[in-house]
Design a protein around this ligand. Structure first.
Ligand SMILES: Cc1ncc(COP(=O)(O)O)c(C=O)c1O
Length: 476
């Protein structure tokens, strides 16, 4: 946009110009987006939008000015707490998303430990390699050491022996996922929480993606292992509203097992010339829109609505999982516990499957090899995908058969030589070495991502992180 226009332009013109910006955006209404989008359907969506816009101008920081927001926040938090079998002691707040809920859990644990375990100078957090990157971000922001532990490579749940061994004198917080995003597998939360609690360590359950969904599955009679506040030793849980709560972004819930722990979440400040700041979350000023939309969505769907969504999504997931077993050359990793899973292949480069499926309109998400997990494509099934699963399977079959028949277009040997050659070199040199080999011509990512993903997959994670930092810092 550059400099401000000297004069404003009429509303219609502004909207017309903006409409043109979306040409290259993924169309979220096709039912073909299988990651990061939770479309509740037209009627529910329009209600959420209306509720959101009505409360958009309300600043949730000023609870005294807008008691409506405080009331809706309390009611949504208590609905989520009830799903997670909390007792009356459990308290919580709405944050902007899974990452903020996790940041709050880690910051709260750190500040709790400063008071309750003052002998610890370098606090540690123990977490399986499948725990979400938000925990590593929190460790980075709040000065904790993150100790990653192995998972069982058959089912991608935390390896209890490795987990137990990692809990040391400096551990203040341990983490389990229900489920992890990457493989859709629930960690053995009961055993992990018991091990942590024996040593006086706080235990957080990341239910960002599964907290609501798995609770509904349990209510429908499915056999879900205990992962919530019914488990002794669980001290906090994050559960996102803007994922399988089907509410618009940005909304998540962070719950603490009692007020004594939540005490360490607050930031209160009167020591400036400014107004009084009282924050239970990282954000201060924030719109009431997502809170209102979440409240409206919970009211609209009720238990029956959620059960209907979960039933349809589970049926669709079972059909896809069965369908994949009938496609030669690909398989699903581990034993997913809900509607999320990953596709792997020993015969084909999965990043090429991703490119070909994207050409047909399907959006999945590539994940790199790490901690013994091979490179894979992640799929999250939502209710919006349900009518399209036969087409998904048919397209997947065609893509896989074509790749098997025609062979790979990505030269893995060449990329592997580059990956070996650049190891240990400064990031700028690595960047220049891989550009010509992966189809990067300008500042945009290439349409075909397979070569780039393949070489990134071959690099050590630390170098990969530096390279991506360099790229996005240059291009954004
Ligand atoms: C298990 C899990 N935890 C945390 C997060 C982070 O959530 P957000 O993207 O809302 O910050 C995600 C996101 O997918 C997730 O799946």
């Amino acid at each position: 946009m550059g400099a401000l226009l000297p004069h404003g332009v009429p509303k219609e013109e502004v909207l017309k110009v903006m409409a043109g910006f979306t040409d290259k955006d993924v169309d979220w209404r096709t039912g073909k987006v299988m990651t990061g989008l939770y479309d509740p359907g037209e009627d529910a969506h329009s209600l959420a939008v209306e509720a959101y816009i009505r409360f958009l101008p309300h600043n949730a920081l000023y609870v005294n000015m807008y008691p409506s927001i405080g009331k809706m926040e309390k009611e949504v938090v208590s609905s989520v707490a009830e799903l997670l079998r909390a007792d009356d002691e459990v308290v919580g707040n709405i944050t902007s998303g899974g990452t903020e809920s996790i940041l709050m859990a880690v910051k709260t644990a750190r500040d709790w430990a400063r008071v309750n375990r003052p002998e610890i100078e370098t606090p540690e957090m123990v977490l399986p390699v499948t725990a979400h990157p938000a925990f590593l971000k929190a460790a980075h922001y709040f000065g904790l050491q993150a100790v990653q532990t192995a998972v069982d490579l058959h089912d991608y749940r935390a390896d209890l022996t490795a987990f137990a061994e990692a809990l040391g004198p400096n551990t203040i917080l341990a983490v389990g996922s229900a489920p992890n995003f990457s493989h859709g597998a629930i960690d053995p939360v009961a055993e992990m929480a018991a091990l942590a609690s024996e040593k006086g360590i706080l235990f957080h359950v990341d239910g960002c993606v599964g907290g609501i969904y798995l609770s509904i599955m349990r209510r429908m009679g499915e056999n879900i292992p205990d992962f919530d506040f019914s488990v002794p030793g669980v001290t906090s849980i994050s559960a996102d509203l803007h994922k399988y709560g089907y509410t618009p972004k940005n909304a998540s819930v962070i719950l603490y097992h009692n007020r004594d722990l939540r005490k360490y979440a607050w930031f209160v400040c009167t020591a400036t010339t400014e107004y009084v700041v009282v924050n239970s979350t990282a954000q201060s000023s924030r719109t009431g829109g997502p809170i209102a939309a979440a409240w409206a969505m919970f009211r609209y769907l009720g238990e029956e609505g959620f059960c209907d969504i979960v039933r349809r999504s589970q049926e669709a997931t079972r059909s896809i999982l069965q369908g994949i077993t009938e496609i030669e050359g690909i398989e699903v990793l581990g034993k997913p516990d809900m509607c999320m899973f990953t596709i792997v292949s020993e015969k084909i480069n999965v990043f090429e499957i991703d490119d070909e499926m994207r050409l047909l309109g399907w959006q999945m998400i590539p994940q790199f090899a790490y901690g013994g997990s091979p490179p894979n494509l992640h799929v999250s099934v939502t209710q919006a995908n349900v009518p399209h699963i036969d087409k998904f399977l048919a397209d997947l079959r065609t893509v896989v058969e074509n790749l098997l028949r025609h062979g790979s277009k990505v030269n893995k040997e060449e990329l592997s030589c580059i990956a070996i050659e650049v190891a240990g070199k400064p990031v700028e040199e690595v960047f220049m070495a891989i550009i010509p080999a992966v189809g990067l011509t300008g500042l945009d990512l290439p349409e075909q991502m397979a070569a780039l993903n393949t070489v990134l997959d071959m690099l050590p994670a630390k170098l990969r992180d530096e390279l991506l930092t360099e790229f996005f810092n240059l291009t954004s």
